[in-house]
Design a protein around this ligand. Structure first.
Ligand code: AHR
Length: 491
């Protein structure tokens, strides 16, 4: 396979928020995952696990969405502020019917974002909350003068307002967020968004609920009727091999299930392309971002765990899913301004799993870490020729970017058996050094366990930088079932 990498052809800026994450009050994502409370024996900072903080800082997490998901449209933020012993409980009806004690609320979430160095993305309640409630939440968090809400914030220990860059009006309003029609939600969105104020220096990027997967009608209606009032619109699409009612398992799957997963995940390309085409008609200047704020694998829950907690293991197959999708998002960086894999810890395609005081980094974590050089870089023009096929699909996908005198090329090879030889011709510049890492295994469901947390991690990998006459090439052999990153230092 031949590739041409045009080092001088910058196509778009890759928004770092494509590497974003999502944390919901669901299962053990918040409680046990992020937050253990100050009295826990697990080392923590103000109740947040230190091991998680360190891992997320190393991965360079740019943005974190909270508190849901479906939970967001049942969440009443005032229940989650003030002295913890006075905070009312609620039933988490969506996720296992467990009692939520609200000990992790606005202050805790925003503190966690400070600790991990991520920007907060707050998802407001439009399904069961009022306009007033949403308006007051923004005032509570961001108003810098004297007002009932800013006084309340100060009483609760926070003098300075926070900066809230991202705020969404509801979640999945076509489903768990109110079962609305797009015509109805477009009007509701406009009403709620009218009262999302920018206080002081805070400027909110206003986010509307977008379609479920291929619901192009929803996108059409929202763009036509409400886009002048939003900066971003969401898209949700999960990779669910098997049937919704009988999902495949995260481990112990067969080759058919591997390829079915790859086929379903590659569908993201079509979804992003078609939704972008609709958006282009109403917004040719691409002012409005497409935010894929829920994506990733959704498998059957691990045996013996609460079905409402969505806890699943994470294998080399998840790493391929992550690598393929992140390459797709990079390639659409002119329109995709954010993506948030679901979910951060212990839920669906997590980057981290915990069990008591133990934690492990999943293969998906390693992909985010290997790709972190793409954040805020310039997307480079790169073409592939003679791409090998596997089960009727192109086996390889790629994206390339440059920043600060370095170029990063990230490849996936989804073929279970065959390596893929690639010769990359460098044009419009040259490299003085190239090094690479790959994440691969002989075993297609290789994964990390609490006893062996480092079974699968990226390994250094051999690439050659060769000069032939005036032309420079990088040559590599991509292993079967692998995610590979090649970093070049440019002359
Ligand atoms: O991520 C789990 C759930 O999937 C979210 O709560 C919801 O938005 C989606 O249906």
């Amino acid at each position: 396979m031949k590739a041409i990498l045009n080092l001088d052809e910058k196509q778009a800026h890759i928004n770092k928020n494509i590497y974003g994450h999502f944390s919901e009050h669901l299962g053990r994502c918040i409680y046990g995952g992020i937050y253990v409370g100050e009295d826990s024996d697990i080392p923590n900072t103000e109740g947040m696990r230190n091991d998680i903080i360190e891992a997320l800082r190393n991965m360079k997490i740019p943005v974190l969405r909270w508190p849901g998901g479906c939970f967001a449209d049942e969440y009443h933020w005032m229940d989650g502020i003030g002295p913890k012993e006075k905070r009312p409980c609620m039933v988490n009806t969506h996720w296992g019917g467990v009692t939520e004690d609200n000990s992790f609320g606005t202050h805790e979430f925003l503190r966690f974002c400070e600790l991990i160095g991520a920007e907060p993305y707050i998802n407001g309640n439009c399904g069961s909350g009022t306009v007033r409630e949403m308006q007051q939440w923004v005032e509570y968090m961001t108003f810098d003068g004297i007002s009932p809400m800013s006084d309340l914030r100060k009483e609760n220990g926070r003098e300075e307002p926070w900066k809230i860059p991202f705020f969404a009006v509801g979640n999945e309003t076509w489903g768990c967020g109110g079962n609305m029609r797009p015509e109805y939600y477009a009007d509701e969105y406009r009403r709620y968004a009218t009262y999302l104020r920018n206080f002081g220096g805070n400027k909110i990027y206003r986010i509307a609920v977008g379609p479920n997967a291929a619901d192009y009608h929803w996108m059409e209606i929202m763009m036509e009727r409400a886009s002048r009032m939003f900066d971003g619109i969401t898209l949700h699409y999960y990779t669910v091999p098997g049937e919704w009612k009988q999902k495949c398992h995260a481990l112990g799957f067969n080759e058919n299930e591997w390829y079915q997963t790859m086929r379903k995940t590659r569908y993201m390309e079509e979804l992003v392309t078609k939704h972008s085409t609709i958006m282009d008609r109403y917004d040719p200047d691409k002012r409005v971002g497409l935010l894929v704020d829920e994506w990733g694998t959704w498998f059957a829950v691990e045996e013996g765990t609460n079905p409402g907690f969505l806890y699943q293991q994470n294998s080399l197959r998840d790493a391929l899913v992550a690598g393929i999708n992140l390459n797709i998002f990079n390639q659409h960086a002119d329109r995709v301004q954010m993506a948030n894999i679901a979910q951060l810890v212990n839920v669906l395609q997590s980057v981290i799993l915990t069990e008591g005081e133990k934690m492990l980094l999943t293969p998906t974590y390693h992909v985010f870490e290997m790709y972190k050089g793409h954040q805020d870089a310039d997307l480079l023009h790169m073409t592939l020729q003679d791409v090998p096929e596997a089960e009727g699909m192109p086996a390889v996908n790629v994206s390339a970017s440059s920043r600060d005198g370095k170029a990063l090329v990230t490849f996936t090879n989804l073929d279970l058996e065959n390596t893929a030889e690639v010769t990359i011709e460098l044009r419009g510049g040259c490299a003085v050094k190239a090094c690479a890492r790959t994440l691969t295994s002989d075993v297609m469901d290789e994964h990390n366990t609490f006893d062996e947390p480092d079974r699968l991690r990226p390994q250094d990998f051999d690439v050659q930088l060769v000069q032939e006459g005036n032309v420079q090439f990088v040559k590599a052999v991509l292993p079967a079932k692998s995610v590979t990153s090649i970093e070049m230092v440019l002359a």
